[in-house]
Write a protein that binds this ligand. Structure first.
Ligand SMILES: [Fe+2]
Ligand SMILES: [Fe+2]
Length: 466
């Protein structure tokens, strides 16, 4: 992807899309000459013209479930997800895929556009209706959407919503704990229950959501990912529903002690020095304090406090905090410490310019950390995420490149792959193949020959996995 845009433009871009969503909604309820609509129009026009002044052109495009702004994918954050989602729905309804703006626009241009947009719903060919109506306005060009929609897209949508709901819930918890407010554990249980249900029905899609690491506000996503991966692992280990809820809640709070760590240290782009490390290493103890302060003591509190305290200890007690006469780690802690390390190592964090690919991380954990991790839990973990975890970039013997899209539980080395480059090296629109498929002579059609580093190819996982 081309990343030529600066951060100010990115903010503006998100704002343009957000504003367009608000503006469309306002125009739908009010008359087009209503003052609210006029002021929304003016705001939108000045935002757009501002960017045109900086960038010359604006290409606003839908790819899959995302908006792209001059080839830059607009990231979802909890504040914007509802508006972005509703705008994508509106665009799809009228089959609008791309808006291309080449010159400054006037409020009249936008008025014409909105008028046509709202009426086009009634037409049999909404896109043609819209495009014909706009043909006199030279500064704005429209292109039809490329459809790839099918049933799996709908399933993904539901999973995506549940994932982001969990993230925004965690963000809320984090802020409440910071402000010493009471936490609503009933809601926590509801969020975890919806995660558990999705794990039962769509485990692979949900695991795919945790594989996308370039979200903003990684701290929140990390805790959500750890909770999802822990619950998925617990389910693999045959835990019952009540245990899964307890595990889900305990794992979502594992890093809650980090609210005490100053942001400069938490988000430091370079390596930490000794004194900064000493502060980081206090987060398990701070976590226990925060959890005990949250409510009266019961099973849930105790489980969560134990996990917060133990998740960096390692089973051989080589980690932190160091205690005298340490006891064996709790099962929940052993689960959380594995998924926590995995998620952190694969993360695309500010201070980790080179995140490890999922398969390298697994190998690294296996080779370097085997005496620190519970071997049995680790085995379940590998079984769950596969030898080639979702999101791994692989080269096939057909010379095609593909991304691991879904694991095949019966053949861990033969997952389902989304092909993204053909055997001549041309990038192609992803299509799915199953590595377990054979030809008439009982030979596999495709086999993985090696894994590759997606960073080298500038591949954006989110674009394919969502
Ligand atoms: Fe931690
Ligand atoms: Fe963590």
């Amino acid at each position: 992807m081309a990343y030529s845009v600066n951060s100010e433009t990115i903010n503006n871009a998100t704002e343009v899309i957000n504003q367009l969503a608000i503006f469309l909604r306002t125009a739908k309820v009010h008359n087009i000459n209503n003052t609210a609509v006029i002021s929304a129009t003016d705001k939108f026009v000045s935002l757009v013209n501002n960017i045109i002044g900086l960038e010359n052109t604006i290409v606003l495009e839908i790819r899959g479930e995302y908006f792209y702004f001059n080839d830059y994918r607009i990231r979802y954050s909890p504040e914007y997800i509802l508006n972005l989602d509703s705008l994508i729905r509106e665009f799809k309804k009228v089959e609008l895929g791309t808006i291309l703006i080449k010159n400054k626009i006037s409020p009249e241009d936008i008025k014409v556009f909105i008028g046509l947009f709202l009426k086009s719903h009634l037409s049999e060919n909404p896109f043609d209706y819209l495009k014909d109506g706009m043909s006199d306005i030279a500064s704005i060009q429209l292109k039809k959407i490329q459809t790839i929609s099918d049933e799996t897209l709908d399933k993904r949508k539901i999973v995506k919503r549940i994932y982001f709901n969990a993230v925004s819930f965690y963000k809320e918890i984090f802020n409440k704990v910071r402000n010493d407010e009471k936490i609503n554990l009933k809601r926590a249980k509801r969020v975890i229950t919806s995660v558990i249900n999705q794990i039962i029905e769509q485990e692979q899609i949900l695991l795919g959501m945790t594989a996308i690491k370039d979200y903003d506000e990684y701290t929140y996503h990390h805790s959500t990912n750890v909770s999802i991966l822990s619950v998925a692992l617990g389910r693999r280990m045959d835990m019952n529903h009540k245990m899964l809820i307890d595990l889900g809640i305990a794992s979502i709070f594992h890093d809650i002690g980090k609210i005490e760590v100053p942001n400069e240290i938490l988000n430091k782009p370079s390596n930490l020095n000794d004194s900064e490390w000493r502060i980081i290493k206090k987060h398990p103890k701070w976590g226990v304090n925060a959890i005990l302060k949250m409510r009266s003591i019961d099973d849930l509190t105790i489980n969560s406090a134990i996990v917060a305290f133990e998740h960096h200890m390692n089973i051989n007690h080589t980690g932190y905090p160091q205690v005298e006469n340490p006891a064996a780690l709790d099962l929940f802690s052993r689960i959380v410490s594995i998924v926590d390390q995995y998620d952190a190592m694969t993360a695309n964090r500010i201070y980790r310019s080179n995140p490890m690919s999922p398969d390298t991380t697994l190998r690294e954990l296996q080779e370097k950390s085997w005496e620190k991790l519970d071997p049995l839990v680790f085995k379940f973990f590998v079984n769950m995420i596969g030898i080639y975890p979702i999101g791994t970039l692989v080269m096939l013997n057909s010379k095609e490149l593909g991304l691991v899209f879904e694991n095949n539980q019966d053949f861990l080395h033969r997952p389902r792959i989304m092909i993204i480059s053909d055997n001549k090296g041309n990038w192609i629109k992803g299509h799915l193949v199953d590595l377990a498929d054979k030809n008439g002579n009982d030979e596999y059609l495709r086999t993985i020959i090696k894994t590759m580093n997606p960073k080298h190819y500038n591949i954006n996982l989110a674009e394919y996995l969502l």
